[in-house]
Design a binder for this molecule. Structure first.
Ligand code: NAG
Length: 280
């Protein structure tokens, strides 16, 4: 039963991706199903552990230039361990609100005090929280609902492009995911005059994407970075949030970057399973 379910989920993922790629006029170059497999969003959980390597995604605006060397963590999850992607019909039958937490924990047979139970609670809280001033945010519980909400936010008649982080192996050695020092081997290229939304996979029993974008004050870049040994190259998006004055003072980025909360821009790379929607 479990393996049939997994098989049909992989099929649905493939099918939806095909439709989605066509629908969004997605540049083939920028998307790969494989990119959707990684996941590590521990940094969204407030009580994040600072030894957590997934926190190595933040950097400062001043670092964004040719030759800067940064420590970055890219992690790829085992596909078998990923939660299933539901269709809209399936997802719409399950409540998605913190007021139904006990029902949901029971429904998914998760105990309240387990790490999974805490993650479900945190995700529902995160998704249900009000937008902060100047920010768009929503959670998509299926690809269809994510695409609809992206279009509603960015404009129904705009051409959308998808950007994801990709790891490549120029020397054809197998890729080993983890924490490495990467150097910008090209000057980061800014995408100007665009609107964007970043979607992060949330810890939940099925695939849930938390998408957010700022109404102004974010700058999106395309980066090209290589490890010290030249065996791994990362191509992908990086964003700088120029105005952090409304952010939670306890945001982990301020701690990771050892900066005074809300005092300046915060930039970050995107984990491999994140999706960045950009208007052309
Ligand atoms: C990266 O560079 C720093 C500083 O040069 C060094 O301490 C660290 O061991 C290097 N490697 C990794 C994997 O972070």
């Amino acid at each position: 039963m479990a393996s049939t379910l997994r098989l049909s989920n992989s099929f649905i993922i493939l099918l939806l991706f095909s439709l989605w790629v066509v629908e969004a006029h997605t540049s083939r170059k920028l998307i790969s199903i494989k990119e959707q497999q990684g996941q590590d969003l521990n940094h969204f959980l407030k009580d994040g552990d600072f030894d957590d390597p997934s926190l190595y995604v933040y950097f400062r605006l001043n670092d964004l230039k040719l030759g800067t060397r940064l420590r970055i963590y890219f992690y790829k999850n085992d596909l078998q361990k990923l939660p299933p992607l539901l269709t809209r019909q399936q997802a719409d039958r399950i409540p998605f609100t913190k007021s139904k937490l006990n029902f949901l924990l029971d429904h998914f047979s998760i105990s309240k005090d387990s790490p999974q139970g805490k993650a479900v609670k945190a995700t529902l809280g995160h998704c249900g929280a009000k937008e902060i001033e100047g920010e768009h945010k929503f959670c998509g519980t299926s690809l269809e609902s994510m695409v609809d909400l992206v279009k509603k936010t960015l404009g129904s008649n705009v051409d959308l492009k998808v950007m994801t982080s990709k790891i490549m192996a120029p020397t054809r050695d197998p890729i080993s995911y983890g924490l490495y020092n990467y150097t910008f081997v090209e000057a980061p290229k800014e995408l100007v005059g665009i609107k964007m939304l970043g979607c992060h996979r949330m810890p939940y029993p099925y695939a849930v994407y938390y998408c957010h974008g700022h109404k102004g004050g974010s700058r999106l870049f395309e980066v090209n970075m290589v490890t010290d040994d030249g065996k791994q190259r990362v191509l992908g998006p990086a964003i700088c949030h120029m105005d952090t004055s409304m952010w939670d003072v306890d945001h982990v980025a301020f701690k990771v970057l050892k900066m005074e909360p809300r005092s300046g821009p915060v930039c970050h790379f995107f984990p491999l399973d994140n999706i960045v929607w950009v208007t052309k």
